[in-house]
Design a protein around this ligand. Structure first.
Ligand code: NDP
Ligand code: 8X3
Length: 264
């Protein structure tokens, strides 16, 4: 197994959900962490708490991955010791709105494309030269079941996650001879802040997404990411799809209330 002791792991979008769960599980495994996200005060509380709980080093900074110049500056101005990044977890992302294409708002499209696709590209472009110089590394992208299937009202979100799938595959090809592994972890429904963000803070609508079913937790996904990161160097998990047991596809979810009365 690949030891994570004192490895440096950069996680984008570490202030909530899957990114935060990854931060905790990698810290528990002994990794030092570089954490970023837009909510600076939340991030600094998380960083302090992780340092105190797990005794690892944490370097954190406010970053909006959509801003190319800020991404370049943030990575290029890392202290030298922190530039030796072993693992990059490209997690920052969002769904904004769930509407028919012709009724949808283009601002949400920009947000999703700029974050899920362009932000991931900007961060990866800055981190890869550091891994190439080091002669090894692992890029783990958080994709989605939405990168394998398209569902109604999700044309743009799904297209961003299809792009993550294509970027993952292309990167793997281009880095084949460079000892840099590239994986994608693609979850189905995970109960995080995702649906609240998608529905612009509407908590009732968000809760309804997970009504009468048992979704994945952020920790379930982080455990999958940890599995990918701890394979021995000759082995790579190209793609890991993790679904709630009651979700068969992006559109088919078994909810308890939908059982015939006698089975309930
Ligand atoms: P959350 O909303 O709980 O967390 C999203 C994280 O991304 C936050 O830390 C947020 O931090 C960060 N983020 C969003 N936009 C930016 C930005 N522009 N710059 C930097 N950080 C940003 O959602 P999840 O944990 O569920 O989502 C994480 C990833 O998992 C996303 O890529 C999502 O598409 C994917 N995913 C989620 C699924 C789900 O059902 N929840 C299923 C499949 C995939 P801040 O606001 O502080 O910037
Ligand atoms: C986010 C979850 O269910 O909208 O990728 O595809 S879902």
């Amino acid at each position: 197994m690949f030891s994570l002791q004192e490895k440096i792991v950069l996680i984008t979008g570490a202030t909530a959900g899957i990114g935060l769960a990854c931060a905790e599980i990698f810290a528990e495994s002994g990794s030092d962490l570089i954490l970023c996200g837009r909510r600076a005060s939340k991030l600094s509380k998380i960083a302090n708490n992780i340092k105190k709980t797990y005794g690892v080093n944490v370097y954190s900074f406010k970053l909006d991955v959509r801003n190319k110049k800020n991404v370049e500056y943030a990575i290029r101005s890392l202290p030298d010791d922190w530039k030796k990044i072993d693992i990059l977890i490209n997690n920052a992302g969002l769904g904004r709105g769930l509407n028919k294409f012709h009724e949808d708002d283009t601002d949400g499209w920009e947000e999703m494309i700029d974050t899920n696709v362009k932000g991931l590209l900007y961060v990866t472009k800055e981190v890869l030269p550091l891994m190439l110089e080091k002669g090894e590394g692992h890029v783990i992208n958080i994709g989605s079941i939405a990168g394998h299937e398209v569902y109604p009202k999700g044309a743009v979100y799904c297209s961003t996650k299809h792009a993550v799938d294509a970027i993952t595959k292309g990167l793997r090809m281009d880095l084949l001879d460079r000892r840099i592994r590239v994986s994608t972890v693609d979850p189905g429904m995970v109960e995080t802040e995702f649906s609240q963000v998608r529905f612009h803070g509407d908590k009732e609508k968000a809760a309804n997404v997970y009504r009468n079913m048992h979704p994945l937790s952020a920790k379930d996904v982080a455990e999958g990411v940890l599995f990918c990161a701890t394979r021995p160097p000759h082995a790579n998990v190209n793609q890991m799809v993790i679904m709630p047991s009651v979700q068969a596809s992006a559109t088919q979810v078994y909810r308890k209330e939908e059982l015939p009365a006698e089975d309930n």
